[in-house]
Write a protein that binds this ligand. Sequence first.
Ligand code: 3BY
Ligand code: FES
Ligand code: FE
Length: 411
Amino acid sequence: MDLRSDVLRKLKNRRPGHSLEQAFYTDPDLFKIDMEQIWYKDWLFIGHDCEIPKSGNYFTVQVGEYPVVIVRDRTGTVRALHNSCRHRGSRVCASAKGSSAKLVCPYHQWTYELDGTLLFARQMGEDFDKNQHGLKPIHCETIGGYIFICLAEHAMDFQPVRDMVSSYVTPHNLKDTKVAFESTIIEKGNWKLVWENNRECYHCAANHPELCRTYPEAPTATGVQGAKDDPVIAAHWEHCQSSGLPSEFKLDPSGQFRVARMPLIEGAESYTMSGARAVRRQLSDAVSQSHIGTLLLFHYPSTWNHVLADHAITFRVLPLGPELTQVTTKWLVHKDAVEGVDYTIEELTHVWTETNDQDRQIVEENAFGIRSPAYQPGPYSPEHEGGVMQFVEWYTNFMADRLKGATASPS
Ligand code: 3BY
Ligand code: FES
Ligand code: FE
């Protein structure tokens, strides 16, 4: 049986309501299929507009085997380009971020316009056609301060994401922010374990003392049951919607992305040890209400987010290997907020720095146990782990669809 058919069979025989078979978390061949069918085909959150505020600003990122550069061109448009020179393939931009009037390959100085067009290439002969040798473009969309890319030749329709997410995120004015702090951690576990852990708060009380001071552990907040019957959440939505902030829980029919505004623990306004705001200058002047809680946004497979009144925390997941995952966290504050005056890095970042490290340990211990030949898929808690089941359902259905398409023979 070929590998794809084998994976399809494994997905079909999956025990519903249970964690996946070991191979999904460990096997290099299965990891390759995850990369090809999900990571190289889907829209991925990659960074923020505010990280490249001026023409010529760029940052680079590695997505699996693809080096990518995100750049603001001369017209102000955000572009994503394959960071692989069309001469002999060198990386054109080597640093994590920078600013440049043109993109110049360090190897033989082929020089590209910021939109990827090739401008100069020395002594390439008369027949050389510059127009055929621009940096290859990558699909790129921006939405409310978030940049998404898609490595596929033909991208999936981005409009459903835009339709759902824009009205929730735009009032927070993330285009006028700056990254006050950024951290990248490496977790020794498969990317799906990172997500499974994120999609429940069954583990929160025992593992996240700092976060639990302000974030409610109730499954209605984290899960995907919609929270319709929770009176505290219903009252919160009314409170926020009366000041023009869309708040109700929405999940795309595909299960790939969700928005919902959730209350923090009573009295809390931000993820600090006291619950008080970490930043004096709030993100948006358009938000007049206090106690707006946290706007939760996830988009599989690459991001989950918390947008508060005073700052936003965004998370980007990128797989590095079958059992290695990079998680980058960015703390966004208003661009005019002054460090040391309006906020301190310690207060702003303490809760999530601790929480991220706790989650890293959890994921690594989970991965450890799953490597055991004695591991077998175990049951999720119906009350607390609905969100995890939803993630695994999404993964299973999505992969099965893709693999069926990929294995279908035209003859
Ligand atoms: O970051 C999150 O959204 C999730 C919610 C609960 C556990 N984890 C902190
Ligand atoms: Fe880029 Fe030669 S590889 S100029
Ligand atoms: Fe956690």
